[in-house]
Design a protein around this ligand. Structure first.
Ligand code: SIN
Length: 427
């Protein structure tokens, strides 16, 4: 078995893992892992954009929109931080070189469900790709950051309630990594669902590690379904999202008779429920999103990736309605963390979709996920920077296992009421 040492070991190369790495001190040796390729993350797939307060005056309204969408189950402190620290993080991405779409001399803001105003910055319909490519390029420029692809963290190494490293599987080889701090940023749980917009490889690994080590979870059964996912009638493939920003720009939802049945800009859970009621009533498999009545040049320029993907299925969205149905999209629950990403285990952090900061409550407000990844991973990095010198590296690992137990994660997702029984794979 191989051994390796790092100051900080980060599992996950999405926005949370990479942004945390980029905010760690340059004298710390950092190892970032990707289970597959660096770009195979849900960050890369994000279409709509990143929410941000427009200015100081917009902060209270942004907070209220986030709380309302979350059914007021959100952690208010976390929501205040999200809104207050949003602008500085968007500015930081711009300093890294990310070019958001512009309107006149400023940023172009779009709208999505349950936002009272247009406050979502974007790069056409591939904002996540722009974020991922920007962060990966920046990480590659840093000599203190190592990026390992095709490497899965299968367990942490602990001493009592203190995390002292991680165990990795890389091309069939086991590698023990001694680390002062370990960060779980392994993304969501969509790979456990039959229909999901997530990469199939994202199977709640961080949550599985937390469960086997007695690390506390929060809202473990809070899963979000996106209302408008391209319905090609295919089984067991990753579902292609039809971004909520289409509705933000004016697209409507209709049934097969062409009738509208819901306010398209309600919170995501309410639109999903309305579609499910409509499908129940009609006995059909999908409803339709219609943007064909808008200027075709605008549609093709504003949504080029979605336009091209629909064409592959023979649908020209400048002329045709696009068949959509709900699919699993996001995990609001996860490993319970404080406002600086700390879990219930010492020196173990969780970030992004793997963590539950409580910011989303019961239902995440559209485009708050990349923002959460930015804001809370920067805060975690600050805490790690301030404490790393006091932590001693422990080089002897013991007591870990190599199994990532998907069934244990599924049990948590189902909760006491046995939710999502039909939607989840059974292993
Ligand atoms: C979308 O573009 O509809 C997804 C954005 C999000 O998940 O918030």
């Amino acid at each position: 078995m191989k051994k390796f040492e790092a100051d900080v070991l980060i599992a996950g190369s999405g926005v949370a893992g990479l942004y945390c790495a980029l905010h760690l001190r340059s004298d710390l040796k950092i190892l970032v892992l990707s289970k597959s390729e660096l770009t195979e993350t849900d960050t890369y797939l994000a279409q709509g954009g990143i929410s941000t307060a427009l200015d100081e005056k917009d902060i209270p309204l942004f907070v209220e929109d986030t709380l309302k969408a979350g059914d007021y189950e959100n952690k208010v402190d976390a929501v205040n931080i999200l809104a207050k620290e949003s602008i500085e993080n968007i500015m930081e991405l711009i300093r890294y070189g990310l070019q958001f779409d512009k309107h006149n001399s400023g940023l172009s803001y779009t709208r999505e469900g349950a936002h009272s105003v247009n406050r979502i910055v974007h790069q056409k319909d591939e904002t996540g790709k722009a974020v991922a490519e920007t962060l990966i390029a920046e990480a590659k420029r840093r000599s203190n950051i190592e990026l390992w692809e095709h490497t899965t963290m299968v367990d942490i190494i602990k001493e009592g309630n203190r995390c002292i490293g991680g165990v990795l599987m890389k091309e069939g080889e086991i590698i023990e990594v001694a680390a002062k701090d370990v960060v779980l940023a392994t993304g969501g749980v969509g790979g456990l669902f039959k229909k999901s917009t997530n990469h199939r490889t994202l199977t709640g690994d961080g949550v599985a590690i937390a469960i086997k080590n007695g690390v506390e979870l929060k809202d473990a059964d809070y899963v979000q379904f996106h209302p408008t996912v391209l319905d090609r009638g295919l089984e067991n493939e990753r579902r292609f999202l039809i971004s909520e920003s289409l509705r933000g720009e004016g697209a409507i939802l209709v049934n097969s008779k062409g009738e509208r049945f819901v306010n398209e800009l309600l919170p995501r859970d309410e639109v999903t429920a309305a579609i499910e009621r409509e499908l129940e009533k009609s006995g059909e498999k999908c409803v339709y999103i219609d943007i064909s009545f808008m200027d075709s040049e605008f549609v093709k320029t504003r949504f080029p990736a979605i336009y091209q993907e629909c064409l592959k299925s023979g649908i020209d969205m400048t002329k045709d309605r696009v068949p959509v149905s709900p699919a699993q999209h996001y995990y609001m629950g996860g490993i319970k963390v404080d406002l600086n990403g700390r879990t219930s285990m010492e020196n173990l952090y969780a970030l992004g979709e793997t963590a539950c900061t409580g910011v989303h409550g019961k239902n995440r407000l559209a485009s708050n996920s990349l923002l959460e990844g930015l804001v809370f991973s920067k805060r975690a990095a600050k805490t790690i920077n301030e404490t790393a010198d006091k932590i001693e590296l422990v080089k002897e690992g013991k007591g870990y296992t190599l199994e990532l137990d998907k069934k244990a994660v599924i049990k948590e997702l189902k909760g006491s009421s046995g939710k999502y029984e039909d939607e989840l794979f059974s292993y």
